[in-house]
Design a protein around this ligand. Sequence first.
Ligand SMILES: O=P(O)(O)OC[C@H]1O[C@H](O[C@H]2O[C@H](CO)[C@@H](O)[C@H](O)[C@H]2O)[C@H](O)[C@@H](O)[C@@H]1O
Length: 271
Amino acid sequence: MDELEKLRPTDAATRHLVRRLIDEPDRWALFLDIDGTLLDLAATPDAIQVPLSLPGDLQAVAHRLKGALALVTGRSLSYADALFTPCRFPIAGLHGAEFRGFDGQTVVAAATPAFVSLKQRLIEQTTWMEGVLIEDKGAAVAAHYRLAPAFDSALEGIMRSFAEEAGPDWVLQPGKMVFEIRPARADKGDAVATYLEQPAFAGRMPIAIGDDLTDETMFALANARGGQSIRVGSLSTPTCALAKASSPSAIRSALSTIAAAGEGPAAASRS
Ligand SMILES: O=P(O)(O)OC[C@H]1O[C@H](O[C@H]2O[C@H](CO)[C@@H](O)[C@H](O)[C@H]2O)[C@H](O)[C@@H](O)[C@@H]1O
């Protein structure tokens, strides 16, 4: 059976992705979200599982694209890095506020003393909300309600008022069962635009793959540059992505097919 036939027939987008990256590896740059795109969603932020083969597959795809692959995530850069050790990729963290380029140059985001105090007060003010989880990401903070969905609107109110208190350098970022306060200085679209100026990425067309609201800015950027955007999972919420994929496992399967093609010219696309 052709490797492509193993992909679910409903996933036209992932089949096209495989074709593009196998047949035209010098044309595309790949931008991948992590949670809900590369990894299945889990009940809590630390309960995620990285399939054993994923780091190596990503590395093989990056190699095929001559380095034009970056992870663009809401996680902190250091957390995302640790997930894929010993492999190391260009990563934009905290939704674009942290950035490590192809050359390894890194921009990190720091919490101000006022933001540190805000995070502490956020923890204190939400302890009564059983099941709500506060994730401290340094210069960002996330309040998760996946285990306590009834607190959805109460938590939104609290996070909205803390975001206002944080001031113009921070912004409220809603996501999947989460409200975050993140640095305002860059979003995921800005991160993709910065990568496209860098060696390894420059001159290529972007393909952005994500699953959540925060990914919409990179979808819009990819579309504006004549590239491709793929939203993973349910399309019940509005999106500007041009195509859809069913699940993180469909994305992983596509990456593994591309990885298996190695470096040769379109070897795996022949049946
Ligand atoms: O941009 P991403 O890489 O998709 O990161 C977005 C946020 O992902 C994480 O939260 C989400 O995934 C958790 C684990 O599956 C899940 O429990 C939670 O409900 C989701 O919202 C992460 O914890 C956040 O810091 C990221 O910003």
